[in-house]
Design a protein around this ligand. Sequence first.
Ligand code: FAD
Length: 441
Amino acid sequence: MSNQSQQMETDVVVIGGGPSGSTTSTLIAQQGRRVELFEREKFPRFHIGESLIPETYWVLQRLNMLPKMQRSRFVRKYSVQFVNASGKQSAPFYFWDNRPHECSQTWQVVRSEFDKMLLDNAREHGVNVHEETRVLDVLFAGERAVGVRVRSADGYERDVRARVVVDASGQQAMLQNRLKLRVWDPILNKGAIWTYWQGAYRDSGRDEGATMVLQTADRKGWFWYIPLHDDIVSVGVVAPFDHLFKGRGSHEQTYQEEVDRCPAVKQRVSAATRVTGYFATKDYSYRSTATAGDGWVLVGDAWGFLDPLYSSGVLIALKSGQLAADAIVEGLASGDTSAAQLGKWGPAFNSGVDRMRRLVCEYYDGFSFGEFVRRYPELRGAITDLLIGDLFTECRDRVWTPMESLYPPGKQPIPAWFAGTPAEQVPDKRNDLTLPAGRKP
Ligand SMILES: Cc1cc2nc3c(=O)[nH]c(=O)nc-3n(C[C@H](O)[C@H](O)[C@H](O)COP(=O)(O)OP(=O)(O)OC[C@H]3O[C@@H](n4cnc5c(N)ncnc54)[C@H](O)[C@@H]3O)c2cc1C
């Protein structure tokens, strides 16, 4: 059914109700602006991305989410710990030791619950949230975005005019695709397979909620080990796409083979019961060549996706949402919704994400946290700052020269993300998600 007779006008339209969309819309509505948010699913809905990092605290504070997080059942996370290919554990990187403030405690979240809390919070702040309503297209007048066409669950279609359109559609990345802005990262070509265990090993005390990053014995991949509430642990393997998905058996077989290659994980899940099937996704990292245009702006995964090694995705979603919201509120007040105004935060944000990307690439290229802090104990705090997600300041760059001093002879510099391939040159490359049979997205 199609009916475009009814039009609506608003200040801002947000496409997608994940963490980036909820953040952007809430912060704009807090300033008294009208925001319509369209989300194609009915929440709660499944999503991967369960481990938060401490810098999310400051955005959650602005969203008035902290009391809700503190009352929640989410497992408290105080640290991250690395286990190398031979099973040797680094000392945990305790965020609190680096910064003794309540911001140094973060959470391991079940995303269906967390995302619903954020979306409900957006409603409470005055955002008009429309679930089960898909954005079909972004409407343009020349180069300027002027609204969206939406279709609700009953098939009813309408146009919504807006002064600013925020693309928070996640890996769907509506505007990146339409405007051909996506560049695939030249080296971060990974995939992931994961499942959920009940009764798996848990540390105690302040280590109970630690994220563990455990390398496989052949060094080709690594496992995340994320303790959630209700005695569930999320355990996933990440490795080069070809290694995980080419010439291997079912996802279950591949997962089990990788568990066999990681004795520390095998031991931890040996007495546990698997409570779901196997989830799988391609995990190609990408970024957009533009942050904004006239009347539109990108946030979260719709702006870019970085390999999940250091659990930075939700921080990127929240932080970009906050920066975009501030630029939009300012632009609406001054009557300037140009690309320059809406995307003014882009260059510094890109540099911050570059710091996290470099740390990701260095790890895949042989960097050892244990060796680094043994050689440079005075830089333990600086490297923890990066793991916390405190990325958006140049003073974090003091770790790179010491890191380079540990390079083996002949190691090549890491290529920049924009040295990658524009997406339209590889039309079959996509980050498809496979859910266990019978499971709704
Ligand atoms: C394997 C893996 C592991 C990860 N682990 C972590 C982790 O431990 N920690 C972490 O912080 N991050 C992690 N991430 C990253 C994290 O999942 C994302 O970065 C984060 O969800 C981005 O939030 P978002 O709001 O931008 O997008 P999303 O959360 O994907 O939300 C986008 C929303 O837009 C909606 N939408 C899409 N298209 C339309 C449309 N046309 N109309 C209306 N609605 C639409 C979708 O339904 C969705 O609800 C991981 C990612 C992967 C792939």
